[in-house]
Design a protein around this ligand. Sequence first.
Ligand code: PGA
Length: 252
Amino acid sequence: MRKLLIAANWKMYKTPAESTAFLTAFAPLVKHHDKTEIVLCPSMTSLPALVDAARSKSVSIGAQNMHWLNEGAYTGETSPTMLTAIGATHVLIGHSERRQYFNETDTTVNLKLKSALAHSLTPIVCVGEHLNERESNLTANVLKLQVSVALEGIDPAALAPLVIAYEPVWAIGTGRTATPEIAEEAHKIIRTQIAQVAGSSVAAATRILYGGSVKPDNATALCRLDDIDGALVGGASLDPASFAQIIINATH
Ligand code: PGA
């Protein structure tokens, strides 16, 4: 059984005070939802305060990005050891905004995934096609390549914590959600590719989240599908009531 995972990607929103205020309002709304793993990914400056505030709560805290090396002359970067030192437990890798604006490639995703696993950070690796790729019938090719390169050279035995987020780029922040059928089809392609690269038991255990305009009113239809094991939520995760409602709706 794969445990449902619902993660918030706050992108470049919320100061530390706003982040902890969110948690104060949010935690009571989901305190009975222990069947769902809940992860908040704030900006780097909010991580320490949020990790502290989340200690007595069943909410985990993750980063939105990291470098793959432990230290070095890489101005502006944050290393995996810096994240684990402050108590972060999860990390987003290869979000489409990182790929689009900051030159993230499948190769750097692979380096970051190896590093996250080596540091016992739960990696949430984002994949997804652009609209022109979908319209040219290239979705399956794009997803297979992204998954294969991300997992290249990794011992399948090390992949137990792997989480993949399928985020069609055309659905992110656009209000255009993939239909449950489109999402389920893409998730099956991803799971089959994981099986190809890392074996069927890794594929069966890997949680594959859907992301892209997830809202309270579409969370139930998406998350009840067999191959959809949760959601990665951007815009609708910024408000405590809305994010809590997504979790409640996804669980039922
Ligand atoms: P969205 O973002 O929910 O605002 O579409 C999702 C994401 O970027 O992870």
